[in-house]
Design a protein around this ligand. Structure first.
Ligand code: FAD
Ligand code: DLZ
Ligand code: SF4
Length: 514
């Protein structure tokens, strides 16, 4: 039976479920570079370059392994520009008896695939994606009937399921979570690891030229593009992380330093999410580092938790909450992001660093995303759907299934607290504690009012004041509300005035850059 197997840009895995029992002699693998995917948001130039180059390299790897691959390039004059249009053309070319596809990672693409059987009049088999530890039914079984979907409890289920860091029924080290040991600020260090920079080969250079020509108006720069684009290169970065960075990953997980983009993070998310690396294999190897005495438990547990905890949990939430999750706006926020979110051109040093490196590399680490750009967007009352679009555009690892719950849920409290019991907000004090940013800033992090007062400070109190009706009863915000209430009326008014002046100036600085 002749089978057409479409392989999407985040399915670059040799053992994909759609290919697993296929007969190479009876199968045509279809890979499609299409305008719809490159422009449904204005992806960062390096994100497009990474995905297209990795797709082209993966097609070559599949061919070397004996598969017949029909590859449609973006600049093919006959390219229809959409997955469905390309399936239609491929059905004409190959006259398959059926289509087999691994489920897509986005509601948008799921809806397209759901239409194919009727449209093309042949059976379409959609297979589960077992590159994840937890499937949809298992997440649903865990989540149903729970009032609060606490990640920590889900994580324990995943620890038991995978056996990672388990000593029989008990967690290794006697605790499930060693995060208390993971909140150290970092200092510049000569021995700090730096991720590999992979010199673009002929294929990547062709893609870089294509992206430069077709996506000149997208955010970011292509200068210095050095991401891995093959499974072998991604593996090289994985081995480097496990050897060089994992031992201090935990200690400095929340730290931020001027000019240091990566610290002890793995920089593996683009490869895991595109399918070039197996997340469970990485966890097993991290645990082996602990068992061999080469990495401490706080680091290894922290790493494992990010992958089988947070990553799986975010995916579960995305599929459980459905396609309209994107339009939730619990706090009724409608402000546009300032244009400098697309340039980094601001005098707030923390934001300049986080956005600057995002524009330069399409990457920022978790605390920059959560407590610098996310925190600021939440404090100013930015529209969560627009904030979601920004994160989906600018980060190389961003696909909606993982980006949306992180942004709209965790960072912007758009779902009213499904993922966290309180909003991730802070004044400048948190950023000062976890980074050296404030020492390089024209603003004074200790001041709440006045010309050079750190904007986060007044905005923080203004946020709490504005949302008292929705957040005032939140037990975890009792302390800050009580601190606010103890202020004199004059001091509170000065703070609110300071925030209002700042927000007016922000609005006057012009609309979003893109
Ligand atoms: P490390 O710090 O080395 O962490 C190890 C791994 O854990 C990562 O490679 C990643 O696979 C996983 N991980 C860690 N935290 C999370 C998380 N919260 N959710 C899912 N996986 C996690 N991650 C994405 O992969 N894609 C996104 O689009 C994305 N958007 C985000 C948006 C916001 C607002 C926030 C706050 C976080 C977002 N994250 C996203 C999570 C996290 O920031 C990135 O996974 C991480 O920065 C990737 O860099 P790294 O590989 O060096 O991670
Ligand atoms: C993100 C992306 C981009 C920029 N381009 C393509 C593409 O041209 N072809 C493709 O197959 N996939 C691309 N992707 C990834 C898809 O958007 C992703 O596979 C779907 O959203 C399903 O998760
Ligand atoms: Fe950011 Fe405020 Fe610190 Fe400046 S003073 S770096 S704006 S937190």
């Amino acid at each position: 039976m002749k089978t057409l197997v479409p392989v999407l840009g985040d399915q670059l895995t040799m053992t994909l479920t759609s290919l697993r029992d296929a007969d190479p002699a009876e199968t045509v693998v279809l890979m499609m570079e299409v305008g719809d995917e490159t422009t449904y948001v204005r992806h960062h130039k390096q994100k497009i370059a990474f995905i297209l180059s990795a797709m082209r390299h993966h097609a070559a790897a599949l061919q070397n392994a004996g598969w017949t691959v029909d590859y449609v390039r973006l600049d093919d004059p006959a390219n229809s520009g959409s997955f469905t249009g390309e399936i239609a053309r491929a059905v004409q070319r190959h006259a398959p008896d059926r289509i087999v596809v691994t489920e897509a990672g986005e509601w948008r693409v799921v809806a397209m695939i759901d239409g194919w059987q009727t449209l093309f009049g042949i059976p379409v088999e959609i297979r589960g994606d077992d590159r994840f530890v937890c499937d949809h039914a298992e997440f649903e079984a865990w989540a149903k009937d729970r009032k609060q979907l606490t990640m920590e409890f889900f994580y324990r289920v995943m620890r038991r399921k995978t056996g990672l860091l388990m000593d029989g029924k008990d967690p290794v080290g006697g605790r499930w979570n060693f995060d208390k040991e993971n909140r150290k600020p970092a200092k510049a260090d000569l021995f700090m690891p730096h991720p590999h920079v992979f010199k673009p080969d002929v294929t990547t250079r062709e893609v870089l030229a294509l992206v430069a020509e077709h996506f000149a108006d997208h955010p970011g720069t292509l200068d210095g593009f050095g991401y891995a684009v093959t499974a072998a290169q991604a593996e090289k970065q994985a081995a480097y992380f496990l050897d060089q960075a994992l031992p201090r990953f935990g200690d400095y997980e929340d730290a931020m330093l001027t000019g240091e983009r990566y610290l002890w993070h793995s920089i593996l998310s683009p490869y895991i999410n595109a399918g070039l690396l197996d997340p469970l294999d990485l966890c097993r190897r991290a645990v082996a580092e602990y068992e061999a005495g080469r990495a401490p438990l706080n680091s290894v547990e922290g790493y494992v938790r990010q992958i089988i905890g947070w990553r799986e949990y975010m995916r579960g939430i995305y599929w459980r909450e459905g396609p309209d999750y994107v339009s939730r706006n619990f706090l009724d926020h409608h402000r546009q992001l300032p244009g400098w979110y697309w340039t980094g051109d601001t005098d707030m040093h923390c934001l300049k660093e986080a956005i600057g490196q995002t524009i330069a590399t399409a990457h920022a680490h978790h605390i920059q995303r959560l407590m610098v750009t996310g925190n600021f967007a939440l404090l100013i009352g930015a529209d969560p759907a627009e904030v979601h679009r920004w994160y989906l555009e600018v980060y190389i690892d961003a696909y909606e299934w993982v980006e949306l719950p992180n942004t709209l849920g965790m960072s912007q409290f758009g779902d009213g607290g499904l993922l966290g019991s309180k909003p991730y907000i802070s004044s400048g004090a948190y950023i000062d504690r976890m980074s050296d940013y404030c020492g390089h800033c024209r603003y004074d992090v200790r001041k709440r009012v006045g010309e050079n007062a750190c904007p986060y400070n007044a905005l923080y109190w203004d946020f709490l004041h504005r949302h008292r009706d929705k957040l005032g009863d939140n037990m975890r915000l009792r302390m800050p509300y009580s601190t606010w209430d103890k202020q004199s009326a004059q001091s509170r008014n000065e703070t609110l005035g300071q925030a209002e002046t700042f927000l007016q100036a922000l609005d006057a600085s012009g609309p979003a850059g893109y």
